[in-house]
Design a protein around this ligand. Structure first.
Ligand code: TYM
Length: 335
C-alpha cells in the first residue's frame, strides 16, 4: 500500500575494543560479518573505548589505536551513512545505563565469567572493579539500542547470555523494557586460534609475536607468521581431531577464499604442510590487500573520521537516550 511507513529491519549492534591493533581473529570472527549484515539489518556499531581501561592503557596509544581502528573499520566496509558508527565514550548513556544494570547483576554471575577469570590471572596486580563489572557495561551497550542480533566471535557468547539474563530480570521486575538480543556467531571463523599455540584463541595479548596476525601486517610479516605456524607430524591436510593447527589454517583459508573443507582437502592431497602454509599466507595477503589500501586513504583524513564519529554519536545518542529515559522512569527516578 502507498504511504505506508517502511517496516523497520531487525536491529544489529556490535562493538570492538580499540585496545590494540585489530587481529585476523577479530576480522574473521566478527568484523567481516558486520560489513555483510548492513544490507539486511538496521546496524549500529561502536568502538568500545570505555571497556579498554579495565586494563591499563597508555593515553597516547589509546588515542592512536582508536583512530586506527575507526579508519580500519571503514576500510573493511562499515558505511557510516547507513550504520551509525561511534565511540562509546561519546554517548554518556552507556555509562549511565551500566550503573543501573550493575544493580541488576549478581556478584556470582560476574564471578563465573571466563574472561574475568582469564584477565584476572593475566593482570593479577590490577584486578579492578571495572574488570569485574565489564559485562554489565557490555549489556548496556546492547540493550540501549534494543538490538535483536549481536554479531560476535565465540569468546563473547557468555557475555551475551548474561546480557539476556540481566534484560529478562529487569523486564520481569517492571514491564517489558528491553529486547532480548541473540548472538550471531558464524560457523566459520568463530574462534581463530593462535598460530603458535593452536589450543588458545588468537589474541592481541599473545606473547609470541608470530602467534597473532594483524589486519594491517605487511605481506612479508603475514607470510612469515604462516610459514612458522605450528602444525602436527602427520603431514596430511585434512580436518580432524588432534589437528588443531591444521584445522585452524583450514578455517582461515576457507574464510578468505570461500572454499569448503572438502575442496581444500582435495586440492592439497599429497602436498606437504609447507605448500599449504604458504597458500594460506598468500590467501590472507590477497584478501587483506584491498582493505589495507582503503585504510591508507581513510587514515590520512582525520577530519572525515571526526565528522563520521560525531554524526554517529548524535544518531546513537538519540536512540540510546530514549531507552535510558524509559529505564529511569521505571526505576522511579524523578525525571
Ligand atoms: P573484542 O574487542 O575482544 O573483540 C571484537 C570481536 O572479535 C571477536 N574475536 C574473535 N573471533 C574469532 N576468533 C578470535 N580469535 C577472536 N578474538 C576476538 C570477538 O568475539 C568480538 O566479537 N566485549 C567485547 C567488545 C564489546 C561488545 C559490546 C561486543 C563491548 N561492548 C557489545 C558486542 C556487543 C570485546 O572485548 O571484543
Amino acid at each position: 500500500m502507498e504511504n505506508q511507513a517502511p517496516e523497520r529491519k531487525p536491529r544489529v549492534f556490535s562493538a570492538i575494543q580499540p585496545s590494540g591493533s585489530v587481529t585476523l581473529g577479530n576480522y574473521l570472527g566478527a568484523l567481516k560479518n558486520w560489513a555483510a549484515l548492513q544490507d539486511d539489518y538496521d546496524c549500529i556499531f561502536a568502538l568500545a573505548d570505555l571497556h579498554t581501561i579495565t586494563v591499563r592503557q597508555e593515553p597516547a596509544k589509546l588515542r592512536h589505536n582508536t583512530l586506527e581502528a575507526y579508519a580500519l573499520l571503514l576500510a573493511i566496509g562499515i558505511d557510516p551513512q547507513r550504520s551509525p558508527f561511534f565511540l562509546q565514550s561519546h554517548v554518556p548513556a552507556h555509562s549511565q545505563l551500566a550503573w543501573v544494570l550493575d544493580c541488576y547483576t549478581q556478584f556470582g554471575e560476574l564471578q563465573r565469567m571466563t574472561q574475568f577469570k582469564d584477565k584476572s590471572k593475566k593482570h593479577a596486580d590490577n584486578i579492578n572493579a571495572g574488570l569485574f563489572t565489564y559485562p554489565s557495561l557490555m549489556a548496556a551497550d546492547i540493550l540501549l539500542y534494543q538490538a535483536n542480533f549481536v554479531p560476535i566471535g565465540e569468546d563473547q557468547t557468555q557475555h551475551l547470555e548474561l546480557t539476556r539474563n540481566i534484560a529478562e530480570r529487569f523486564n520481569n521486575s517492571y514491564s517489558p523494557t528491553f529486547t532480548l538480543p541473540q548472538a550471531l556467531v558464524r560457523k566459520e571463523g568463530k574462534r581463530i586460534m593462535s598460530l603458535q599455540d593452536p589450543s588458545h584463541k588468537m589474541s592481541k595479548s599473545d606473547e609470541n609475536v608470530n602467534g597473532c596476525v594483524y589486519v594491517l601486517d605487511k605481506p612479508d610479516d603475514i607470510m612469515r607468521k604462516f610459514k612458522r605456524a605450528i602444525t602436527d607430524s602427520e603431514a596430511s591436510v585434512h580436518y580432524g581431531e588432534g589437528k588443531n593447527g591444521i584445522n585452524n589454517l583450514m578455517d582461515i583459508y576457507s574464510c578468505t577464499t570461500g572454499e569448503d573443507y572438502a575442496t581444500i582437502e582435495h586440492d592439497f592431497a599429497g602436498k606437504g604442510y609447507g605448500d599449504f602454509k604458504a597458500a594460506v599466507g598468500e590467501a590472507v595477503i590477497e584478501h587483506l590487500r584491498p582493505i589495507q589500501e582503503r585504510f591508507a586513504q581513510y587514515s590520512g583524513d582525520k577530519a572525515y573520521l571526526e565528522k563520521c564519529w560525531n554524526d554517529g554519536a548524535e544518531k546513537a545518542a538519540h536512540i540510546a537516550n530514549r531507552t535510558l529515559q524509559k529505564v529511569m522512569k521505571k526505576v522511579g527516578f524523578v525525571l
